[in-house]
Design a protein around this ligand. Structure first.
Ligand code: G6P
Length: 611
């Protein structure tokens, strides 16, 4: 989703801005632009549709010591050069903006009446005209931005420059993440630290309502009351290694293969000889678990499917668990039982709907808030009582893979901790816990074994290249795994894919079955296997083509209508974590055949910071 970079220095900032935008490409975008104040004190504005590489081509003659840059993901107004950021007013001021201004229509009407001419359909353009207007009334740049943000409703992360004050970069944040990177004789702004890896390790995260005055050698932060405030200086641990392909054709493929290591790191330090340790989760983890009688989990996208799998674990262990999509949760009324832990799951920690759901939940009487997240510096982490990190490492492919499996591992660990409390005093370790711990230790090796099936999955993928639709089936905890498999396929291959709980086939989707509708099923050797086999027979009887990932002891065999790919036997609890991997690989290889942009699928974003 939209990305911001800004810089003020004694050297030319254009290469820093372009490099920063390239580093934000993983977030997803449709156009890019930058504005730099040059030596003649004029604003040089360049914008283009498509890749940052297109922008770079038209920036070779741009130089200056202060500037802002942006990758845009369209919300108001289609992807077009005129809608790309930065937006300018009277060639005086340039603004880059993440977020959505909700009162843009009212502001637009009054600005038009005041004589401002609009050149885009964006909500952002009202911000830059409003700043310009305040400057025309005599305000300096900082004061003009301060007055303007007081008039905005909605969410914003802003970077502002003006040719009238070429030694000042102004930043403001409310609802959309923004941070300040601290360099030597130069300072920066960015929507996430990955944009600044080569230029800054130290950084400040702006809080909601903050404004900052940034020069090449000073940073002053003010809160929403205009009071000067000190914000903690943090040190980033990001490095370039994580953002390089390392011999893989795509980040998605690299990240699928990294799951072995990512799961190992997620488990590291959290397992005792035969139990799950609680202390590594944080000092307050034990108390929060003690307070928990039931769970409400809220998330979006793939993280929602992780929550949906975990619900099977929690309820099997006797913990009532309700799971909901964040964008739905935040717009309805709730009944909260005492002792309910509110849990969010998010790879990025920045998903706006999840964040808004958390803010709302805090007013509703939940016992505590817990976030399962992959990004330490993120908004959800800062807003939660406790965060349990997934140690997936940075995920760049828009289609989530290692973030999902590490979320599942983390959720299973949490489920085991809560289970102990359902079994007794929360301290006693029983056989089932020891068994789960043993199985978790084998999981990285088992993931490796599944990845070794890749050649067979490639053979399977050839049956999908010319298809327009696909059905995914699963039962129990493998129903959300089927949903995640369908999501992967549709995200990156653009094949319409839907998932069904296999028992629901006869209530509608059976009508769709013919030889053009491949049906993918996950068939672990669990208590629902025989039921699933009957569902698969319903498909075969109607001429459907089946592609089944099955436990090698399931008894399912390949024939003319059915392609069975055998998976080694696996313990029931960890089976969902394993069975999603072949579905990720299947989606990847189908997308490869279709020639799509696998790491940056059309219209999608990695970090969704708008509603
Ligand atoms: C976007 C991403 C998905 C992700 C979802 C939720 O749609 O493309 O991969 O699952 O957002 O993101 P989160 O960061 O909250 O897990």
């Amino acid at each position: 989703m939209c990305g911001i970079v800004g810089a003020i220095s004694n050297r030319d900032v254009t290469p820093i801005l372009v490099d920063g935008l390239k580093r934000l490409e993983y977030r997803g975008y449709d156009s890019a632009g930058l504005a730099v104040v040059d030596a003649q004190q004029s604003l040089d504005l360049k914008r283009s549709v498509g890749r940052v590489a297109n922008l770079e081509k038209i920036c070779s003659d741009v130089t200056g010591t202060i500037g802002v840059a942006h990758t845009r993901w369209a919300t108001h107004g289609r992807p077009a050069q005129r809608n790309a950021h930065p937006h300018t007013s009277s060639s005086q001021v340039a603004v880059v903006h993440n977020g959505i201004i909700e009162n843009h229509q009212e502001l637009r009407a009054s600005q038009k009446a005041a004589g401002f001419v609009f050149s885009s359909e964006t909500d952002t353009e009202v911000i830059v005209h409003q700043i310009d207007w305040h400057m025309q009334q005599g305000a300096g740049l900082f004061k003009a931005v301060q007055k303007t943000v007081g008039e905005l409703e909605g969410a914003y992360g802003l970077g502002v420059v003006s040719k009238q004050q070429p030694d000042l970069l102004v930043a403001a944040r409310s609802g959309s993440p923004l941070l300040i990177g601290l360099g030597e004789g130069e300072n920066f702004i960015a929507s996430d630290m990955s944009a600044l890896i080569p230029v800054a390790q130290k950084y400040i995260v702006l809080e909601d309502g903050d404004l900052a005055k940034i020069t090449s050698n000073s940073v002053e932060v003010f809160d929403s009351n205009g009071q000067a405030v000190e914000r903690e200086i943090r040190t980033s641990t990001l490095s370039d290694d994580e953002t390089e392909l390392g011999g893989f054709a795509h980040f998605m493929k690299k990240e699928i293969h990294e799951q072995t290591r990512a799961i190992t790191e997620t488990l590291e330090g959290r397992l005792g000889a035969n139990n799950v340790l609680e202390l590594p989760f944080g000092e307050n983890a034990r108390e929060i678990f003690d307070n928990t009688k039931e769970l409400k989990i809220v998330a979006c996208g793939t993280s929602f499917y992780a929550a949906s799998v975990a619900r099977y674990w929690f309820e099997e262990f006797g913990i009532k668990c309700d799971v909901e999509i964040a964008s739905e949760y935040r717009y309805r009324k709730h009944v909260v039982n005492p002792g309910t832990l509110f849990m969010t799951i998010s790879q990025s920690g920045e998903t706006l709907d999840t964040m808004a759901a958390l803010e709302m939940a805090k007013t509703l009487g939940y016992s505590n808030t817990l976030c399962v997240c992959n990004v330490p510096e993120s908004s959800l982490v800062r807003a939660s009582d406790l965060t349990i990190f997934t140690h997936a490492g940075r995920e760049i492919g828009v289609a989530s893979t290692k973030a999902f499996t590490t979320q599942l591992v983390t959720l299973l660990l949490i489920a085991v901790c809560l289970r102990r409390r359902m079994q007794g005093d929360g301290r006693r370790i029983d056989d089932m816990e020891s068994e789960i711990v043993r199985e978790l230790r084998t999981l990285p090796q088992q993931i490796d074994n599944v990845i070794e099936l890749e050649e067979q999955i490639i053979a399977m993928s050839k049956h999908f290249g010319n298809k327009e639709h696909a059905l995914f089936l699963g039962r129990g905890a493998h129903f959300p795994i089927a949903m995640e498999g369908a999501l992967k396929l549709k995200e990156i291959s653009y094949i319409h894919a839907e998932a069904y709980a296999a028992g629901e086939l006869k209530h509608g989707p059976l009508a769709l079955i013919d030889e053009d509708m491949p049906v993918v099923a996950v068939a672990p050797n669990d208590e629902l296997l025989e039921k699933l086999k009957s569902n698969l027979e319903e498909v075969r009887a109607r001429g459907g083509k089946l592609f089944v990932f099955a436990d090698e002891e399931s008894g399912l065999q390949s024939d003319d209508e059915t392609m069975v790919l055998n998976v080694a036997p696996v313990h029931n609890h960890i089976a969902p974590i394993l069975y999603v991997v072949p579905l990720q690989l299947l989606a990847y290889h189908v997308a490869l055949i279709k020639g799509t942009d696998i790491d940056k699928p059309r219209n999608l974003a990695k970090s969704v910071t708008v509603e």
